[in-house]
Design a protein around this ligand. Structure first.
Ligand SMILES: [Zn+2]
Ligand SMILES: [Zn+2]
Length: 331
């Protein structure tokens, strides 16, 4: 059912709010709804989305840039620098490009923008007193360093044959299935790491860096404290447990690093002229930044619904979140 805008106090808190409550992956609904599941996955995989854009980048980098595994048997600055650039350049192009289009050139004005406010300048909460510079530093400094470090270790272990691997030539179906499951693994890992980070002590010293951003922008996506990144990117080590090919790690990396750029960009859709080019923002996570103690996971696996922390954007959702917060802090 659409929100009742006339009676819903939530409506005026946003510049734009999706007319329908936030949806979760229907794969977990009972009784099964095959048409809804098909619609969900078609929307995710057959359009330009926070899923398919990382996949396209992974394919290009895999075909033209990734050094051969034989080179990675021992650590050498040339391939380590390549891996670092493989992270930094796409991240800068996508986050910088979106920031330019949405917040500097204001290419689509306020259309589909969730928050009424612009990004913050001259604010002592942020490193360098500036939200964008703060976010760029934590992304390119902290996140890219930790992500590159972990990836180098995994490529090095793979190159030395110390873990079993998959090959697209020998087991294409298993490879494709594992590619399709990576976002789900990422969502599962993220939910638990993120819940841990909301433990009051960790929150105060670590995760608060990410939550400086109530009104989020493209560079906020992985603008995380060093310690948070040490946890957040452990998701990649699954490739040392579940047999993978280098392309799996590549897709996982861009999904983990670039999809948050879209989900934090603050706009639900990207519009050029009058055409919607891509699905971008994620109201589910925008609500997390506004109300904090809700929507810890992603809409891919409905952990929040199962554990009673789901906020669907409605006024009831806000009341539920407030009650949950009260109970959290008075225990
Ligand atoms: Zn959080
Ligand atoms: Zn966030």
């Amino acid at each position: 059912m659409p929100h009742d805008f006339a009676t819903d106090a939530e409506a005026e808190r946003w510049h734009y709010r999706p007319p329908e409550p936030v949806r979760l992956n229907p794969l977990f609904d009972w009784p099964p709804r095959p048409a809804a599941i098909l619609h969900w996955y078609r929307g995710a995989w057959l359009m330009l989305t926070a899923l398919t854009i990382p996949l396209l980048i992974a394919l290009v980098i895999w075909a033209f840039v990734l050094p051969p595994l034989e080179q990675m048997q021992s650590f050498h600055i040339s391939w380590i620098a390549t891996v670092w650039l493989m992270n930094v350049i796409p991240q800068t192009l996508i986050a910088g490009g979106l920031h330019w289009w949405l917040y500097m050139r204001k290419g689509q004005g306020m259309r589909k923008k969730f928050d009424k406010r612009d990004l913050t300048r001259k604010n002592g909460t942020f490193t360098f007193n500036n939200q964008v510079l703060d976010n760029i530093w934590w992304t390119l400094g902290s996140a890219m360093t930790v992500a590159s470090l972990y990836q180098c270790v995994i490529y090095w272990v793979m190159a030395n044959g110390w873990v079993p691997m998959l090959s697209f030539a020998q087991s294409p179906l298993a490879c494709l299935l594992w590619m399709a499951l990576i976002p789900m693994w990422s969502g599962l890992h993220f939910y638990w790491v993120h819940r841990l980070e909301h433990h009051p002590k960790l929150y105060k010293h670590v995760h608060a860096v990410h939550h400086r951003n109530v009104n989020v922008g493209p560079w906020s996506g992985i603008s995380n404290h060093w310690y948070e990144n040490f946890f957040y990117f452990t998701t990649y080590f699954i490739h040392l447990i579940i047999p993978s090919a280098p392309l799996h790690l590549l897709f996982h990396s861009y999904f983990q690093q670039i999809s948050p750029v879209f989900s934090h960009c603050g706009f639900e859709r990207l519009i050029a002229k009058d055409t919607e080019v891509a699905k971008s923002g994620d109201f589910f996570h925008q609500l997390h930044h506004r109300y904090f103690e809700c929507n810890y996971g992603t809409s891919e696996i409905p952990f929040d619904k199962w554990f009673g922390t789901f906020h669907d954007g409605s006024a009831e959702g806000t009341n539920r979140t407030r009650a949950h917060k009260k109970q959290m802090y008075t225990r």
